[in-house]
Design a protein around this ligand. Structure first.
Ligand code: NAD
Ligand code: MG
Length: 406
């Protein structure tokens, strides 16, 4: 049996954070929580810290730290109050802290990059949900995993499925070439809530409609990404880095039931798939227990009840963002940073009611066009990546203002 793991759950108050703590609580003999982090919702963070007896919490600023302490006092918790660390650097330091063996990277967006990278540089076992870190800084992150002997376990359901379907010996943490005998990766996508909606009515879509995913319950940003299929595009880029697979050997297949979580196609004509209920506790339990299997709390799949599983090709006219993601992957890292930053800003504006749903794709296209036209810059370190990310955000913020006026 594996050694006891002390775990840091970064982004613990989110959807992945909740699912992770649920699985951890089922196995007190295997796991203990060392640290938790959150950006907002300090009452929830305090509840989680009290329930798990975390030693450390990381919060964004002094005001949040104050709210956390207030929430802790109000909760009258019996446990000792955790050490409260403040700021981006403290979050990254917590990911690299000798107090934890395993880091669950469950922060949403490029904001998760510094801490995910710090965990890689510290040689941790990393359960990666924070796909935006790989999209923005894939080569940097994978080199850090390789150079520091970190163990990378994908928990995004598609990548976890692919990982499970790869040959045993090919489950390296940071491969430099596709696994032998593998022809293509087939990434499944549900198609989201608007798969069959009349495209002429998409401009009327509200944030709540976009967040009402038919199969998965997730945070709001990834829910909108699923509706636009940006999420699938980010996952293609994520798969490219995780499995050293070129863009033309990654295919997206729409599968509305979300039962087949992804597939690996082999040279001999075999296709291996991983199936299960659409519940993130399965891939999380796989990552936590690897190489053993753990109880996850997820019910068994009843294929007879499903009766049929459907597959179709995505329509790129309905989902223009998916095509933009493939364009960005082929164009290189600068384009991937621009894509991710523009999408984060556009989705935040849409969720705030400041941008129409059908304006998300043009915002991304504008950022990609700007990036294609500027002189190329070296993106060798975290500072370079964050610098370009900030430049694109400033540009897209202006584009959004202009788009509101015009
Ligand atoms: P969420 O919005 O539910 O939670 C996000 C967490 O990150 C929260 O704890 C929040 O406090 C924290 N956070 C937000 N902004 C931050 C910032 N600037 N700095 C530090 N912390 C910040 O998101 P989620 O749905 O749990 O997704 C988390 C990540 O996992 C995303 O990258 C997403 O793409 C990926 N993912 C999620 C699912 C899912 O089912 N939810 C599935 C696969 C992958
Ligand atoms: Mg996914």
């Amino acid at each position: 049996m594996r050694a006891f793991q002390r775990i840091a759950v970064l982004g613990s108050t989110g959807s992945i954070g909740d699912s992770t703590l649920d699985v951890i609580a089922r196995h007190p003999e295997l796991f203990g929580v060392y640290a938790l982090s959150a950006f907002s919702r300090m009452e929830k963070l305090a509840e989680q810290a009290a329930a798990t007896r975390a030693a450390v919490v990381a919060v964004p600023d002094a005001a949040a730290a104050g709210r956390f302490r207030d929430a802790w006092s109000a909760g009258k918790y019996k446990a000792a109050m955790p050490e409260v660390r403040v700021g981006v650097q403290a979050l990254a330091d917590t990911a690299a802290d000798a107090g934890c063996d395993t880091v669950v990277a469950a922060i949403v967006g490029a904001a998760g990059l510094p801490s995910s990278l710090a965990a890689a540089r510290a040689g941790k076992r990393i359960l990666l949900a924070n796909k935006e870190a790989l999209v923005a800084a894939g080569s940097l992150f994978m080199a850090a995993v390789r150079d520091n002997g970190a163990e990378l376990l994908p928990i995004d359901s598609e990548h976890n499925a692919i990982f499970q379907c790869l040959p045993h010996g090919a489950r390296a943490s940071a491969p430099t070439a596709p696994a032998a005998g593998v022809r293509r990766l087939l990434i499944t996508a549900s198609g989201g809530p608007f798969r069959q909606r009349d495209p002429a009515t998409l401009h009327e879509v509200t944030p709540d409609q976009a967040c009402a995913h038919p199969n998965w319950s997730m945070g709001r940003k990834i829910s909108v990404d699923s509706a636009t299929m940006v999420n699938k595009g980010l996952e293609v880029i994520e798969a490219h880095w995780l499995f050293a697979m070129p863009a033309d050997r990654i295919e997206v297949v729409i599968h509305p039931q979300s039962v087949v979580h992804s597939m690996v196609e082999y040279d001999d004509g075999s296709v291996l798939a991983q199936l299960g209920q659409p519940d993130m506790r399965t891939p999380i339990a796989y990552g936590l227990g690897f190489p053993d299997r753990l109880q996850s709390g997820v019910g068994m799949l009843d294929l007879v009840r499903w009766g049929r599983l459907d597959f179709e090709a995505p329509d790129l006219r309905r989902f223009p963002c998916l095509g933009l993601c493939f364009d960005a992957l082929r164009a290189g890292q600068g384009a991937c940073i621009a894509l991710n930053a523009a999408n984060e800003l556009a989705v935040a504006a849409f969720l705030a009611g400041d941008l129409g749903y059908t304006r998300i794709a043009p915002a991304i296209a504008a950022a990609l066009q700007w990036q294609a036209g500027r002189p190329s810059v070296t993106l060798s370190g975290l500072e370079d990546v964050l610098g370009l990310d900030a430049e694109v955000r400033a540009l897209v913020a202006e584009w959004l203002i202009h788009s509101r006026i015009s």
